[in-house]
Design a protein around this ligand. Structure first.
Ligand code: LLP
Length: 412
């Protein structure tokens, strides 16, 4: 594919140069239609049984994006009391929030209990804490023994992870629940993030449903998120095979419902799938140079703006824009695209074949809506970027202002 942004008319006729003239660079730019489409698609994963797709807000907690999820009928999963507060501010009713924290303090647990927010306990000790705080009804996170993800750091099921309660510890769940008179209303799992092959997830669903048979009267079963997106779309990578996945999932659910004798509410927790493809980052190329025969293009998209490439070696496609238009990919040159942070690892794209980049071009990084702004930092005292939304009608709306040095100074 020569240009993704042209193929989906990402900017809806707006010239990116005009957008950055108003809002500056680096800039997160979202497309409302793309976001809504993905949020809707995840709500259709299970149609035969009661089901909610819980958007996992850690991927992106911008309140305007949370409002889109609300409008598209998604529920949400929150990882922290901060995320719960963002959701409440966006207008989510408490019963549409599922709190799935890890290693939280009594204070944080109390916050959820007092607000009546369904909470998942990630360990026996957190279940003890929940009971001792007079919580009455909760879920437990099970490790289904299967993990998957784009790299080891994001695998959250199987033997090498801090998450969940192991199957052999299930008898102790019942003991603790009995001791405190806590009802186990649901079980949940999450095997990891960004898999393109649905098989490990299907295996984990099968395992979790086998485990679920030990629990009486479950109100819900949550299979977790992790559906991948094609980060190599300029090389025509295929999307996550959603239709095939749905076809394979249904008989597994049929089998469980027949055995369990009743139908709990099924849930999933997709984060990336909902938001990743709905955003790009625009950054200015401020310098080009050669070091030891290697060509570098230096932009203002530092690792503080997008940490995924330096943290996980993640790939984000790069389009080069000149006068606001994608430069043709007919002639490609090996280049390394970097940020403006004082670290050698501040690299966005290493030894990548790209149209030859010139000073003054815009670099447009694709698929940055998930774990993009939400993982930004102010390293090197660089304020975090603004975010704008290209709305359905083509208007450009600022959905978060750029942080300022004054904002950073306010904390002292
Ligand atoms: N549920 C739980 C309990 C999770 O821990 C996560 C992600 C999700 C749902 C959503 O997973 P998703 O559908 O987005 O894959 N920062 C990393 C990803 C870390 C994911 C953490 N947990 C990255 O940029 O790739």
């Amino acid at each position: 594919m020569n240009s993704y942004i042209e193929s989906v008319n990402f900017f809806k006729g707006n010239n990116p140069e005009d957008i950055v003239k108003t809002y500056g660079t680096p800039l997160y730019v979202y497309n409302e239609e793309v976001l809504r489409r993905h949020m809707h698609d995840v709500s259709q994963v299970i149609t035969k049984y009661p089901y909610t797709a819980n958007y996992s807000v850690k991927a992106n907690t911008n309140i305007h994006i949370l409002k889109l999820a609300l409008e598209e009928g998604n529920n949400c999963d929150a990882m922290s009391t901060g995320e719960i507060q963002m959701l409440l501010k966006a207008g989510f009713p408490k019963d549409r929030i599922f709190y799935i924290p890890n290693n939280v303090s009594a204070e944080e647990m109390k916050f959820a209990i007092h607000n009546g927010i369904m909470t998942s306990c990630d360990s026996l000790s957190q279940l003890e804490l929940f009971g001792s705080l007079k919580g009455t009804k909760c879920a437990v996170r099970i490790n289904p023994g299967v993990g998957a993800g784009h790299c080891e750091k994001v695998v959250t099921g199987g033997k090498k992870t801090k998450f969940g309660i192991a199957e052999e510890d299930i008898p102790q769940i019942f003991e603790i629940a009995k001791k405190y008179n806590v009802k186990i209303a649901g079980i949940n799992q999450h095997i990891g993030s960004c898999f393109m092959d649905p098989q490990p997830y299907l295996d984990a669903v099968t395992n979790l449903l086998r485990i679920a048979l030990q629990f009486e009267d479950l109100e819900f079963i949550d299979f977790g998120g992790g559906y991948g997106i094609p980060y190599h779309k300029l090389d025509d990578e295929k999307p996550f095979p959603m239709e095939d996945f749905k076809k394979k999932l249904e008989p597994i659910l049929d089998d469980f419902v027949a055995k369990y004798g009743k139908t709990p509410l099924f849930k999933s927790e997709p984060g990336r799938f909902c938001v990743a493809e709905g955003s790009v980052i625009l950054g200015r190329v401020h310098a080009v140079k050669q070091n030891a025969g290697k060509k570098y293009a230096g932009t203002d998209i530092g690792m503080n703006v997008l940490v995924r490439p330096s943290m996980y070696d993640s790939h984000h496609d790069v389009e080069v824009l000149r006068n606001g238009k994608p430069v043709s990919r007919d002639h490609l040159v090996e280049q390394t695209v970097t940020g403006n942070i004082c670290e050698s690892g501040d690299i966005l794209a290493k030894d990548r074949l790209l149209p030859e980049i010139k000073e003054g071009d815009l670099a447009c990084l694709l698929d940055t809506g998930a774990y993009g702004w939400s993982m930004c930092s102010t390293y090197n005292s660089r304020p975090r970027p603004a975010e704008v939304m290209i709305c359905k009608d083509g208007t450009v709306k600022q959905i978060r202002r750029r942080e300022t040095i004054e904002d950073l100074m306010m904390l002292f």
